[in-house]
Every structure is written in structure tokens, then in C-alpha cells.
Design a protein around this ligand. Structure first.
Ligand code: NAD
Length: 478
């Protein structure tokens, strides 16, 4: 018997949760429940996070959380409960299977069967943003080695345990050589540990285009947070089944399972909603806790029900569907089909104890880190980079020299183009002069020189080499 936490959420949430629990119970799930309140009522009681402190305690104690969709009230600074939960609980992996149920659910891609594994905690979603000048705001893209290792290993382990043949990595490392470059590099490293699984890398733009056109060319896709957010919605949509897809958020300790759709308030309380998305989330949960046989039984009965043409209004299609049913009747039809397999759709066979082997991250020995320069970012309202270069050279001493100025990444000094558009946000790069070593003190001297000269430095960025390897990007055009 496993104790889990459930939240029935808002809108159609309670109906689809009841249907889901009824089906998995009938299939023999060994579960006990602690129910918590999250969502609209909690938000409107004045709690901007949508969840009470005691509820966190329950989630953390039980470790497994099945959550129905909630309504986030408009305006008023309410925080997304999903984002908060993922980050608080370290749910680094978002797993979203996108499978075509053709011809029973309309899609242009009858052969599609993709699992998207999206990094869930890092990237631009760290939400670290600053306005630095009148004209320029910044969002910090943070990518870590542990973050990359954990998600990429998860993808390969998932492929191994679920009998998948290939893992594809999507990045934009032709442009972001440090951040996306690290993700790609770690992918190549970990792929060598799984020689039985094919691996490939695509640049995200053409990869996403290919996925939208020929999804059957892909199997498991692993990618960074932002790209994963975008492509997982595209994949669910082109599979024809946004309302049918479930999602798992997995961490080292805790995990949360849900439908990908929202609370559909207009359909609430009318016995209309399709419970399939949450049921698919529950199937992933059953696999996660090792109740594999129950998961398999539920999944095959659900596929059989879809194949029988017993459909809720959202997927009802005259000619294909045989019966338009409500939430309760759909759940009953799935229960009636328990123990049966679909005949046209592919039935599933989950490996016994489908448990992924995910060792704890082990920090590597520190590299030899050498300070080799500094970027001073300056708020300056002038237009001629030569003028700024002269000002910056005046605050310099003999140990360092101004090596470059860029504006929005493109080199504008020396030898810039008159045509390049410049904002009020400039990066001035200082390097040590030949034979000299740069110290942190030199940066302080530079900054105090800038202060005396009334130059508005808005941030600095140290340039390092790690074991002799460049730890920063060159200016575009450098
Ligand atoms: P939605 O997913 O609730 O609804 C989009 C459309 O799909 C609607 O026409 C709806 O009727 C239909 N639909 C969705 N799920 C269905 C189901 N199971 N059966 C039948 N029809 C279904 O998206 P929305 O309208 O943009 O958002 C409504 C609320 O849900 C908002 O408050 C939003 O913040 C919230 N939301 C919550 C989650 C979550 O909790 N994970 C996710 C997305 C949106």
C-alpha cells in the first residue's frame, strides 16, 4: 500500500479526479490518499502561492502527488502553483508522452509516438531579470552541469526502461556555445554510457520543424526548459490530443503527476469533461511507484475504450465515435474494459519494476580557474564607440588594455561598422597586457577609475579560463 497526496483542484478537477481514482482503484491500485486543498479557494483566501504550509508538509511526507488542474485567478500577483511546486520540490524532469490515437482521434500524424523530456528548473525560467539601462533589460540564462547531467541521464534511463530506441537532443549551441554547448556536451558524454540506444543532436529550429512535419522520425526528445515548453505543446497539439495528454514532474525525492490541460471552468459540474489527461498522469504515477501491472491494465483498457468509439464531447467525431458519453460513463466504460487490450491501437507492455537507475550527482574535481579579463557593462547615451573607447582607455593602467567594445553582442570597436545600430548598453572588455596577470584588485581599480570619470558601470562579468578552455564567448564579429 502506498500513501499519496491528491488535490482535486478547480473547475472540472474534482470530476476528473473522481473518475481517475475510481478507474485505478478498480484496476487494483494499492493506494491510500491524503487530500489537500490547492488553487482558487486558497489563492482567494489571501495566500498568493495557492497552497498552505501544512499542505507542503503532506506532499513532502508522501513524496507522490497527483494533482488535478487548478484555476489561477487573473491579476493580483498570484504565483503559478505549478512553477512553485516544481522548483520547491526540485522536480527537474518533465515527461510528456505525445501519442497519436489515429484513426480514433483526428491527427495528420498517424504514426506519432514521442516522449518529450524537458528540463524543468533552469534556463531562462530561473526568472532572474534586470533592467540595466533606459533601453535594455536582461534575463539570465543559467545552465548547470548537474542540471544537464540529471535530465539527460533521466532521458536515457527512461528510454532504456520503456524500450525506446533513440534519444534526440535539441539545442541551439551554434549560437549559445557556453550554455546550450554544455547541454550538448553532457548529452554526448552520457550517450556513450548507453551504446544500445541510438542518439542524435538537432539544432532546435530545424529539429522542431522536422518534428512538426515528420514526428514519426523521433522517439525520446530531451531538451532545455524553454525549448521543451514550446515543443511539448506543439507535439501534444499535432498528436491531436491536448486534452488526452498527461505529464509527470519528477525529482530526486518527490514527484507530481497531472493532466496537461487546465481547469476548463466553463465545463465544470456538468459531467462533460474528459478524464483521460489526468488518467494518463495517474498511469505514469503507477509506473513511477512500481505498480506496473496496474498501470498496464489501466492503459490498455483506456486504449480499448477510445478504440470502441466511446468518446467524451471533446473528441466525439461522427463516423468514428459510437457513443457520446459524460465523465462518469467514460470512467465506467474504462472499468468495464479492464483486462482487455485494444486490437487496432498498439497495446502497452510496461517492464516489471519500471524503476529508473538515477545515481546522485557527483561533483567533479574543481578545474584550474584563471582570471583572464573582465567585461564592464556601461550605461552610456553616446553614439560613437570611438568616444567611449577613449573614455575607457583613460581609466586604464598599464597592466590592462581595452580589447573590444560590443553593443548587444556585436563588436563596434575597434573596426566597427557605422551601420550597426547601438543602444545605450555597452560592453567594454579589458584583457591583461602581454606578460601580465590580471587580479581581482585590478577590477576594483578599474571600477573606481570609472566612478571618478563618472562612467555608469551597471555590471561586471569576470572572464575565466577553466583548465585552459575559454569560459566566455567572443564578441560577434571578433
Ligand atoms: P483549459 O485547458 O482549461 O481549456 C482549454 C479548452 O479545452 C477549453 O475549451 C476547455 O473546455 C477544453 N478542455 C480542457 N480540458 C478538457 C477536458 N478534460 N475535457 C474536455 N474539454 C477540456 O485552458 P484555459 O481555458 O486556458 O484555462 C482555464 C484555467 O485553467 C485557467 O485558470 C488557467 O490558469 C488554468 N490552467 C491550469 C493548469 C494546471 O493546473 N496545470 C494548466 C493550464 C491552465
Amino acid at each position: 500500500m502506498q500513501r499519496i497526496t491528491i488535490a482535486k483542484g478547480d473547475g472540472i478537477g474534482p470530476e476528473i479526479m473522481d473518475a481517475t481514482l475510481q478507474i485505478i482503484k478498480a484496476a487494483g491500485a494499492q493506494l491510500e490518499y491524503d487530500e489537500i486543498e490547492v488553487g482558487e479557494k486558497v489563492y482567494l483566501s489571501g495566500n498568493t502561492s495557492g497552497i498552505a504550509k501544512e499542505s507542503w508538509d503532506t506532499i513532502i511526507r508522501n513524496k507522490v502527488f497527483l494533482k488535478a488542474p487548478i484555476t489561477t485567478p487573473q491579476g493580483g500577483g498570484y504565483k503559478s502553483l505549478n512553477v512553485t511546486t516544481r522548483k520547491f520540490l526540485g522536480l527537474y524532469s518533465n515527461v510528456r508522452p505525445c501519442i497519436s490515437l489515429y484513426p480514433f482521434v483526428t491527427t495528420k500524424h498517424p504514426e506519432m509516438d514521442i516522449v518529450i523530456i524537458r528540463e524543468n528548473e533552469e534556463d531562462l525560467y530561473a526568472g532572474i531579470e534586470h533592467q540595466q539601462t533606459d533601453e535594455v533589460v536582461q534575463c539570465l540564462k543559467l545552465i548547470s552541469r548537474p542540471g544537464c547531467e540529471k535530465i539527460i541521464r533521466y532521458a536515457f534511463e527512461y528510454a532504456k526502461v520503456y524500450g525506446r530506441k533513440k534519444v534526440t537532443c535539441f539545442t541551439k549551441d551554434n549560437i549559445m556555445k557556453q550554455t546550450d554547448g554544455l547541454f550538448h556536451q553532457v548529452f554526448d558524454e552520457i550517450a556513450t554510457e548507453y551504446p544500445e540506444i541510438e542518439n542524435e543532436h538537432w539544432i532546435i529550429d530545424i529539429g522542431a520543424a522536422k518534428m512538426s512535419d515528420t514526428p514519426e522520425a523521433f522517439d525520446v526528445i530531451v531538451t532545455l526548459n524553454l525549448y521543451g515548453d514550446v515543443i511539448s505543446d506543439i507535439a501534444a497539439q499535432i498528436a491531436g490530443s491536448v486534452g488526452l495528454a498527461g505529464s509527470a514532474n519528477i525529482g530526486e525525492e518527490c514527484a507530481m503527476f497531472e493532466a496537461i490541460h487546465g481547469s476548463a471552468p466553463r465545463r465544470a459540474g456538468q459531467n462533460m469533461a474528459n478524464p483521460s489527461g489526468l488518467l494518463e498522469g495517474a498511469v505514469m504515477m503507477l509506473n513511477h511507484i512500481g505498480q506496473t501491472e496496474v498501470a498496464e491494465k489501466v492503459q490498455n483498457a483506456w486504449l480499448k475504450t477510445i478504440e470502441d468509439g466511446i468518446h467524451t464531447y471533446d473528441i466525439y467525431n461522427e463516423g468514428i465515435s459510437t457513443q457520446k458519453v459524460g465523465t462518469k460513463e467514460f470512467a465506467q466504460a474504462v472499468i468495464n474494459n479492464l483486462g482487455q487490450n485494444p486490437s487496432l491501437l498498439k497495446s502497452v507492455k510496461f517492464a516489471k519494476d519500471a524503476v529508473l537507475n538515477l545515481p546522485k550527482y557527483v561533483r567533479k574535481p574543481a578545474a584550474n580557474k584563471e582570471l583572464v579579463g573582465v567585461d564592464l557593462f556601461v550605461h552610456w547615451n553616446g553614439t560613437d564607440p570611438n568616444e567611449l573607447a577613449e573614455m575607457m582607455q583613460n581609466i586604464n593602467t598599464e597592466n590592462r588594455h581595452l580589447s573590444m567594445i560590443t553593443n548587444r553582442g556585436i563588436k563596434v570597436w575597434p573596426d566597427g561598422f557605422q551601420e550597426t545600430f547601438c543602444t545605450d548598453h555597452w560592453r567594454c572588455r579589458f584583457k591583461p597586457t602581454e606578460g601580465k596577470v590580471l587580479h581581482k584588485n585590478d577590477i576594483i581599480t578599474l571600477l573606481s577609475g570609472a566612478l571618478d570619470a563618472k562612467i555608469d558601470v551597471i555590471k561586471t562579468e569576470n572572464l575565466y579560463e577553466f583548465d585552459g578552455k575559454l569560459g566566455y564567448s567572443l564578441g560577434q564579429g571578433q
